[in-house]
Design a protein around this ligand. Structure first.
Ligand code: ATP
Ligand code: MG
Length: 402
């Protein structure tokens, strides 16, 4: 039964809150995941204690979102979020409540949650508190909005994307009234910040139940988010899903798969619009730029490419090509790259046996000439990996300077 699998820390938090005279339950994703025999990512606790009362009961806490009633309790280097039972005021802009207030009533707290499967509380002695029959829906593998689904999506439009993502994460169906309500409210997704849309979409690409991913465009949601992406994915939906299945679970690779048909500039614009960080943007664009080019299969040009793009990017390109262009020469490139790595060949200036200081000591002036010489020496070593030795390169530098 459930209580056997509750971590000691969680039991301790529940007991401590109870001994302080408060109600406390685990709630949300961890209860759902446990019922499904999945390992919960984290353990959320809901309690009748006010945030200040929670803080006074534990020695290490910090305020996570105290205005929303959330305190993080730290036990054995693990964080547990403890949130006071909460009701939400009227929603503004389809994304956030105008106010939150605390309540002493668990059911009111469960009522504010998105789906019945996420609105179950559990206590090891009292069992499940499940006023909206979430357990039944989990058993039926059904996602159902708590209360009136249309209203719930109108309160917070992100719930529509969460709905699709949970379907693809858990392999659940969306209950009919909930799905109809979603389709009727798709345009509200425009009110949601791009950061939250980005997060949810990324989670979706990493989901295991690929057959549910098309809900994103079948529901009309993707057209509201980005009509161009929607039409591109719809035009090759089956192939795309098949390709995604084969792509390692890595967000950079999966986004590159999603945007594979984009001209580089359009991909950049899309990624900027979704507020990707610079590093991810660069890494995805690099893959898009080279995705359709044949990769070198010989040592010299492959060392040049790996020096320019980095080993990881070349490995990722090989992976993408193995999926998208299985008849290309990706296997030879892969073998060649493995040999380069096994031999420890020099690929970048960092690994070159000489540096700027050493070249200046033999009289190379600082500045552009030094940069060009280093680049030429790197190219020389790319072509002749065995010549990456200080004396050989200094002699070569002298020769090149003449
Ligand atoms: P996972 O962490 O596996 O993605 P989760 O169900 O734990 O799923 P969280 O975003 O961690 O999802 O939220 C924890 C709980 O908070 C949910 O189970 C749900 O009860 C509630 N919740 C989260 N986001 C919303 C929302 N937008 N509207 C209503 N309730 C929400
Ligand atoms: Mg969670």
């Amino acid at each position: 039964m459930f209580s056997n699998t509750l971590p000691q820390d969680v039991l301790y938090i529940l007991k401590t809150l109870n001994q302080g005279g408060h109600e406390a339950y685990i709630v949300g994703g961890c209860v759902r995941d446990n019922i499904l025999h999945n390992i919960p990512k984290d353990w959320d606790i809901t309690t009748s204690a006010q945030p200040e009362e929670t803080k006074s009961l534990f020695s290490r806490t910090f305020d996570t979102g105290i205005q929303h009633g959330t305190i993080t309790v730290v036990l054995n280097h693990t964080n547990y979020e403890v949130t006071t039972y909460r009701v939400e005021g009227k929603y503004e802009d389809c994304r956030r409540p105008s106010s939150v207030s605390f309540t002493k009533n668990l059911e009111e707290d469960l009522l504010r949650r998105d789906f019945t499967m996420n609105a179950i509380a559990y206590h090891p002695e009292e069992g499940y508190q499940d006023p909206f029959h979430g357990m039944e829906d989990i058993q039926k593998k059904t996602i159902r909005g708590v209360g009136e689904p249309a209203l719930r999506f109108q309160e917070d439009a992100l719930r529509m994307l969460r709905c699709v993502r949970f379907a693809a994460q858990l392999g659940f169906n969306v209950e009919e009234e909930t799905y109809n309500a979603l389709m009727e409210n798709i345009e509200l997704i425009k009110k949601i910040s791009v950061e939250r849309i980005h997060d949810e979409m990324e989670k979706l690409w990493l989901c295991e139940h690929y057959e549910k991913i098309p809900l994103l465009w079948e529901s009309g949601l993707l057209t509201e988010i980005d009509p161009l992406l929607a039409s591109r994915l719809m035009a090759r939906a089956d192939t795309f899903i098949h390709e995604l299945r084969q792509t390692p679970k890595n967000s950079i690779l999966r986004w590159a798969m999603v945007l594979q048909e984009y001209p580089l500039q359009e991909a950049k614009t899309f990624l900027k619009k979704l507020k990707f960080d610079n590093d991810s943007l660069k890494r995805i664009c690099l893959l898009i730029e080279h995705i359709n080019q044949d990769l070198p299969t010989e040592g010299y040009p492959l060392r040049v490419l790996a020096g320019k793009l980095g080993i990881e990017a070349v490995e990722q390109l090989i992976t993408l090509q193995s999926i998208l262009r299985p008849t290309s020469s990706f296997r030879q490139s892969h073998l060649c790259l493995n040999k380069i790595l096994a031999d420890g060949d020099c690929l970048s200036l960092k690994e070159l046996a000489v540096d700027g200081q050493m070249l200046m000591k033999i009289g190379v002036p600082k500045g552009k000439e030094l940069g060009t010489l280093l680049a030429n020496l790197l190219d020389y070593v790319h072509e002749n990996p065995h010549f990456n030795e200080k004396q050989i390169l200094l002699d070569k530098a002298k020769e090149l300077m003449q």
